[in-house]
Design a protein around this ligand. Structure first.
Ligand code: OXD
Ligand code: MN
Length: 611
């Protein structure tokens, strides 16, 4: 049995509620040892992990890890939100009663960490001193050393974050037990994996994985799911799967902040870390704040909407990250950065790493190269062209490693939000950008965010897989209440931010992308800020305001006049079809506010009148 008291005393962990919590779970999981972590333990943990073979060296201060081959992504169908109130059930939150889930999870976790160390990871999901600090403290208990090393990169970690809480009991309890990964019945009726957030008790119980969002509990489970619930229950804030960036106009000295959500695989991380296109680099500078989560609140003093990234690092998708798509990400994972790579291709002889899209072609000399499963590429059977890296392989690095991280990324005050953008992924219909000035219409637009099914065969041609505000997997309370909470929080701001919908992915008949994308995506955002400042007027359509050709700064862009026309027009017939899909989508949600239905009817009527 672990000597819990001695471990807590040694670390100076004095919060009595945390001590009691650690005792309870050390007893229940049967861990052999307890160790309290602070960020300064990282070099020692790295040495231990290398010695144990849990990590492999990938160059100076860089680490490589492989997860169990059936444990490579967040598992949505095994993720549950539990509370004691059945009316907390929504369409997407997979609600279960906590009276059922807590005993089930305790049963699975009982004795499951025998022989292992239970690491106690006190963390903060906010810059210290943030007005939302009361919702940001947590203590993850985990039996995985690599999970600890990820947490040190993704959150602020140390006992000081929980010893001095205003309310010593106000920390999220986040318990992670890996389980016997090879015997969990992945995908069978007896699947033993459960990822449960007991939201009304601020308790997270995750069993059966050591990967990403399933295991780094500060990030998605606390930072998004629990925080969204807390924001609603307290009536104080929103937590969204949003990137956050700043744009400085060096000529006028003005700085703008934009946050927004994109369904997965729509380039959110690339946009968050973007640099200005070369032709505009003398005038504009882009600051990176965050690529995955934003908490939003209104400051009662000045009535402005503020936002901040609660995370301390980036857990980015490696695929297609390269000099053209995301040079700042590459800089942030260079030698000495302490980055951890997971499930990409690795060469133990040279300690090099590779993933699809890092370079156009994989390394020509395959000697030594292993794919993400550890199998030698040189021994592949002829014609086997399966990817070397897993499509969801990742890099983990701290925010401070990103060269254009904002100087004030750690400021407790957060930053004033000028615009909220939603980014879909659609091959036609959605223009490059359409701005929305009305609050209810903006929220309506976010609720109908989605990405096209990859092939028409997966659904009706052009039909989206809807992903409200890009929060579908993280929704912790009913969607109708979620929409009402958005209207309330943003409605409290004296100046409602601009909303906009962006789409970088329109294609021509031959399949080519009509807009160059990547760094040029800054251009529509600059137009949006000009619109907000009243410097341009755009063209009003039934679905929002669209830039005129003359208003968009296209200096240095290669685009044909025909392609430009297409991305700046509305296909009315396609839009009317979309309105029908939206109706069915929104009807799933009980208690959707009347303002949202009014916005829907208004857009529908305007489209009909414009046909
Ligand atoms: C996610 C992530 O799964 O950001 O969305 O890791
Ligand atoms: Mn995410």
């Amino acid at each position: 049995m672990a000597d819990v008291e001695a471990a807590l005393d040694l670390a100076g962990l004095t919060n009595p509620h945390v001590r009691e919590y650690v005792h309870y779970w050390a007893d229940l999981t049967g861990a052999d040892r307890v160790e309290v972590i602070s960020a300064s333990d990282d070099p020692r943990l790295a040495e231990e992990a290398l010695a144990a073979g849990e990590l492999l060296p990938a160059g100076e201060g860089l680490y490589y890890s492989r997860s169990f081959h059936k444990d490579t992504a967040r598992s949505e169908e095994r993720t549950i939100v539990a509370t004691s109130n059945p009316s907390d059930a929504g369409q997407y939150n997979n609600w279960r009663p906590s009276s059922e889930m807590k005993p089930l999870l305790e049963g699975k976790m009982r004795g499951a960490s025998a022989g292992k160390t239970m690491y106690v990871v006190p963390y903060l999901m906010a810059p210290p001193g943030s007005p939302l600090e009361a919702y940001a403290a947590g203590v993850e208990l985990t039996d995985s050393r690599t999970v600890v090393m990820h947490m040190i990169r993704m959150a602020r970690v140390g006992v000081d974050f929980i010893n001095n809480l205003a309310d010593p009991n106000s920390f999220a309890r986040a318990v992670h037990v890996t389980g016997d990964l090879e015997n969990l019945g992945h995908g069978t009726p007896d699947d033993a994996r459960y990822f449960v957030t007991v939201a009304d008790e601020r308790t997270i119980l995750h069993f059966g994985s050591s990967y990403g969002g399933n295991a780094l509990l500060g990030k998605i489970a606390h930072g998004l799911r629990q925080a969204a619930y807390d924001g609603w229950a307290s009536g104080k804030f929103l937590s969204e799967q949003f990137m956050l960036l700043g744009i400085t106009d060096k000529e006028t000295g003005k700085k703008y902040h934009i946050c927004g959500g994109f369904p997965s695989a729509s380039g959110k991380t690339n946009l968050a870390m973007t640099l200005a296109p070369d032709a505009l680099g003398d005038r504009y500078y882009v600051d990176f704040y965050g690529d995955d989560i934003a908490w939003l609140w209104v400051d009662p003093e000045d009535g402005k909407l503020y936002g901040m990234n609660p995370e301390f690092g980036v857990f980015g998708v490696a695929k297609d990250t390269n000099e053209a798509t995301n040079p700042t990400a590459l800089d942030s994972i260079g030698p000495g950065s302490g980055a951890i790579f997971t499930n990409i291709a690795y060469n133990p002889d040279t300690q090099e790493v590779w993933w699809e899209g890092k370079t156009k072609e994989p390394p020509a000399d395959v000697t030594g190269w292993q794919d993400w499963k550890g199998e030698l590429v040189s021994e592949r059977t002829e014609g086997d062209d399966s990817p070397w890296a897993h499509p969801n392989s990742r890099f983990t690095t701290t925010l401070a490693n990103v060269p254009n991280v904002a100087p004030d990324f750690n400021s407790p005050a957060g930053v004033p939000i000028d615009a909220i953008i939603f980014g879909g992924r659609t091959r036609d219909r959605e223009p490059l950008i359409r701005a929305i000035t009305d609050l209810a219409e903006g929220v309506y637009d976010g609720l109908t965010l989605g990405a096209e099914a990859t092939f028409a065969a997966e659904g009706v041609d052009g039909q989206l897989r809807y992903d409200p505000m890009s929060m579908r997997p993280f929704m912790s309370y009913p969607e109708g209440a979620y929409a009402a909470h958005w209207l309330k929080i943003i409605g409290e701001a004296t100046e409602v931010p601009m909303f906009a919908h962006v789409n970088w992915f329109q294609r021509g008949e031959d399949g080519h992308f009509l807009w160059p994308g990547y760094r040029d995506n800054l251009r529509p955002l600059l137009w949006l800020m000009q619109l907000k400042a009243g410097e341009v007027t755009g063209r009003t359509t039934p679905v929002g305001i669209i830039p005129t050709k003359e208003e968009l700064n296209l200096e240095g862009v290669e685009i044909t006049p025909e392609d430009l026309d297409t991305i700046l027009t509305i296909d009315n017939a396609r839009w009317q079809q979309e309105i029908g899909f939206r109706q069915t989508h929104l009807e799933q949600f009980h208690d959707l506010p009347e303002e949202i239905w009014e916005a829907h009817r208004r857009v529908k009527a305007d489209l009909e009148a414009d046909a």
